[in-house]
Design a protein around this ligand. Structure first.
Ligand code: SF4
Length: 399
């Protein structure tokens, strides 16, 4: 049975372009885990960015793990085999670090399923020194790591580009030299201000579960943990490195146009976590897009609100002119333009989505969705005039 899992992963790798397989000799090994199926994890640009950043370090080997899908899961359960990595089909237990990339709270139960399949004790204080250090990062941990605190040795809070390099540098230095996992965690927490090690804090809760007080267990541990932010305005846009045919974005390279959003809708994590918003404009983005298009005709433009990107009409026009195709992750009704719609029509996009969120302007104001009835109607009219698109409207239920 376990041979079937190995064959399945090898076949999947054979269909991918751009994965990284390294020799393990003398390197720190990291299991980079997405707590959902391969198809979903490989469609996540953040996960792909972390994979590239880790493997860019010479003394690190990072391999991917996912929650097995139905057929795969049966193979694991029938064989009793530990969860294996994609690249070298190595068991999770063999890695120095098990690093979860967390984007959605709905995936939390899968974290436990994955640890279980990896034969790693679920609770941090039940794990010993020979088992991997279990850590997490990602947008939900920036908002609130506490619900997961009993299961993790550490959280790295913030954007990967701003925190991973320093964290890995120190981990590589201290992990092989210190005796116990707790010593490693203590040294990391003393030196890195974006690191939260739950076992090094005394936390008291109110009866409703909210935090009453939080104190470091020793004076060398920082009282406050800072979220690391990647604020370099000139940094090149993040680009996905692996093309995986069995996924949502099988045929396209994802390009991050900007991070965050200046609109601050109250319910939206992207508007709050990634502050200040960082929008790249067409002069910054076009050279990079042109480079990508030398090898790939189809690009996926990713941003919290693609239509807010300065010069988006020009960017998409250039892609069309060069014979390329593009898709967009999201649009705002009040920043839709005629040229963007024409370009979407040219590349054959059939369906568009905008998000009024609520049925009345009063409720939209309550959730800070600054979108008037007139703006929504104008956007729908503009879309309808093209005579080409079907339209989806997204609403929040239960306001
Ligand atoms: S406009 Fe969209 S991305 Fe921006 S804060 Fe509102 S919901 Fe979030």
């Amino acid at each position: 049975m376990s041979n079937k899992i190995v064959s399945l992963y090898r076949a999947r790798l054979a269909r991918e372009k751009g994965f990284i397989k390294k020799d393990w000799g003398g390197k720190i090994s990291i299991a980079l885990i997405y707590p959902n199926h391969y198809r979903i994890g490989m469609s996540n640009l953040g996960f792909q960015i972390v994979y590239q950043l880790l493997n860019a370090k010479e003394n690190v080997v990072a391999e991917r793990f996912f929650l097995p899908d139905d057929g795969e899961m049966s193979l694991y359960l029938e064989s009793g085999k530990e969860l294996l990595s994609m690249e070298s089909q190595s068991p999770l237990l063999n890695f120095d670090l098990a690093a979860f990339s967390l984007s959605f709270e709905n995936d939390y139960p899968n974290i436990l399923r994955i640890l279980q399949l990896g034969k790693i004790p679920l609770l941090a204080d039940e794990r010993n020194n020979s088992q991997p250090v279990v850590m997490a990062g990602g947008i939900t941990t920036i908002m609130n790591p506490e619900p997961l605190a009993p299961f993790f040795d550490l959280f790295l809070l913030g954007e990967a580009e701003a925190s991973l390099e320093e964290f890995m540098g120190l981990f590589i230095d201290v992990a092989p030299t210190l005796q116990s996992k707790q010593e490693v965690l203590r040294t990391l927490a003393q030196n890195l201000h974006s690191l939260y090690v739950p076992s090094l804090y005394h936390i008291e809760h109110h009866p409703n579960g909210t935090i009453k007080s939080m104190e470091p267990a020793d004076p060398h541990i920082p009282e406050k943990i800072k979220v690391a932010r990647h604020l370099d305005a000139d940094a090149p846009p993040a680009i996905s490195g692996i093309l995986a045919p069995d996924t949502e974005f099988a045929d396209r390279v994802l390009i991050e146009l900007g991070r965050g959003c200046g609109r601050s809708c109250r319910f939206c994590a992207a508007g709050y976590v990634y502050r200040p918003p960082r929008m790249r404009d067409d002069t910054h983005l076009l050279p990079r897009i042109a480079e990508v298009m030398e090898k790939h005709v189809h690009v996926g433009l990713v941003s919290a609100s693609v239509s807010d990107t300065p010069g988006i009409g020009h960017i998409t026009g250039q892609i069309v002119e060069k014979g390329g195709r593009f898709s967009v992750s999201s649009l705002r009704a009040d920043s839709l333009t005629e040229d963007l719609l024409d370009n979407l029509k040219s590349v054959g996009q059939r369906s568009l989505a905008i998000a009024p969120e609520a049925g009345s302007e009063r409720l939209r104001r309550v959730v800070n969705k600054q979108l008037t009835q007139d703006q929504i109607i104008s956007a729908v009219r503009l879309i309808a005039q093209k005579g080409h698109f079907s339209l989806r409207l997204y609403f929040l239920i239960g306001l």
